[in-house]
Design a protein around this ligand. Sequence first.
Ligand code: ZN
Length: 288
Amino acid sequence: MPVSDDVVRYEADGAIARVTMNRPEYGNAQNSAMTYALDDALYRAAADDDVAVVVLAGAGRHFSAGHDIGTPGRDIGTAFDRRAGLWWDHVGKPGAQSRYAREQEVYLGMCRRWRELPKPLIAQVHGACIAGGLMLAWVCDLIVAADDAFFADPVVRMGIPGVEYFAHPWVMGPRQAKEFLFLGERISAARAYELGMINRVVPAGRLADEVTEIATKISAMPRLGLALTKKAVNQAEDAMGLQVGMDSVFGLHHLAHAHNAEVGADSLAGHDARSMRDERRRDEQASK
Ligand code: ZN
């Protein structure tokens, strides 16, 4: 399948490249078409010598509602040219031969690839940043959020221990990660800031300007200095177990998918976007 560019917009403005997820009618739910278009956009930003800093944002009301688990454009049965690793094409394979290969490629593999972008990457987050949306924010170096932003990983409802890019204990600390996952509740931008998960909270109307100001300042730094500094901090995170921890949790994640598929309707315990929303609303009512 060729990569589409209508689901991701790319704009270069001097030293700043802006990459914007563009499925606003679905809260920027990520299908594979979007994943590959994001990869194209980030590759383009990496290759453009004029670009010093990259901003990742979402069009419409939300940054990202997560992975696509129910829009008409859900394309998990579609083959794209793989590029995050050497796992085989998942299409037409049974069970974990398909599911594991696919998630290595489009979720864990792609996120790791983007984390290695040798230029600073800033997440500009407003509205929902849920589940797979967290993965995109977390691979960025800085996260700047509007005061209307909220964050959640509700996939424990599916019996699954968090999203595939399992950075939770590193981005907010182990005890807070457990609370965040066990409850699956939305946390505000202010709370995310308290947890150290994001860099700044700004009024929604100032979000884009604030990010541009930060990006402009950073772009004045020497290119190699920025690339090496980013790598230095990433290596420190890896020395704190990020990479190896994620690999071990990816196995647990797939144990959960396989259990769901073995005992129930599908690997998501029969959930889709609507049922997840309904359960959240029921829990919110019950706790009032
Ligand atoms: Zn999964």
